[in-house]
Design a protein around this ligand. Sequence first.
Ligand code: ADP
Length: 357
Amino acid sequence: MAIISDDNQLGLGIKNKNPIIKAETIEYDNTFENSIRPKDFDSYIGQSALKETLKITLEAAKKRGKPLDHLLFYGPPGLGKTTIAGVIASQMGVEIRITSAPALERPRDIIGILMSLKGGEILFIDEIHRLNKVAEEILYPAMEDFTLDMTTGKSQTAKTLRIPLPKFTLIGATTKAGELSSPLRDRFGIIHRLEFYTIEELAQVVKRTAKILELEITEEGAEAIARRSRGTPRIANRLVKRVSDFAIVKYDGIIDKKVANESLDILKIDEFGLDTTDRALLNLIINKYDGGPVGIETIAAALSEDVRTIEDVCEPYLLQAGLLQRTPRGRKVSPEGYRHLGISMPSAQTKLFEDYL
Ligand code: ADP
């Protein structure tokens, strides 16, 4: 399987343009990510429900001799959407073309890619919720009938040309399935949400990466890194690399529990995996807005970040960890969030929170 990346982003989407220095963005390094990307179902850890469904779908497509249905994967960044697309391509023995919606601004961008596809190939579009209307409309007949509908001439003399395309599979990835238009969403045969990983699964990711990088790591060391990886393999991998730097420079090179914990403390990644930005967000809501609710725009402005970064990168894990709560009137820090920061929750606030729940 060859991976052809049109914008050299390989599924990294907005993260390289992201102003927040988070674990996702430290040492943005495509080569590192690609060198450790699992290439088959066995090395793709976790997401067992997804893998089971996919194995059957792939088998059926192979038996029918037909390309796979279009697939949509959604979930927070770093959970393995690009990786699973690569695994699918390699299991099907086909090539994958990787691009992202912001790289498909002009109609000719999407037309060019569609026309260059060969039969059976996979087109992977990251951040597919950001496709513009024109690109979307070009995709509809391409996905449904494998044709390109091109209009030539103007008004009364306008003619529509139907150009046949090879049968291909579109794999879309998004952090925001809700922002996809329904006509586009309806054209995907399989829609699957990727889940955050358990500590055990992340420890496996850590051990696998350590093995590839030829690092010495103990079970407890792997678990300590896993615990602070926010349920996200990309973060686990970045942390392995950071901790290994500490292990080599400050210790004897072996990553055990003590080395992992001390290094991560120095990196200011706490035992929940929160970094300085996450804590700044929670502290802001508590100290300036009495624990919330407060609107996302206000939070973003106060932290000098853009709303999308807060929504896509910071929030999903804070919500899932139960530290933050989304209410119709804005974001609120939960009692767990107060506890985590070691701040006592005002009793009136506790009452309000309980009333809301
Ligand atoms: P996304 O496309 O969802 O942002 P990626 O597929 O780019 O995430 O994954 C980020 C990194 O995490 C990859 O380099 C890959 O090595 C690792 N990774 C993701 N999912 C898994 C998994 N299930 N098992 C092992 N490593 C994974």
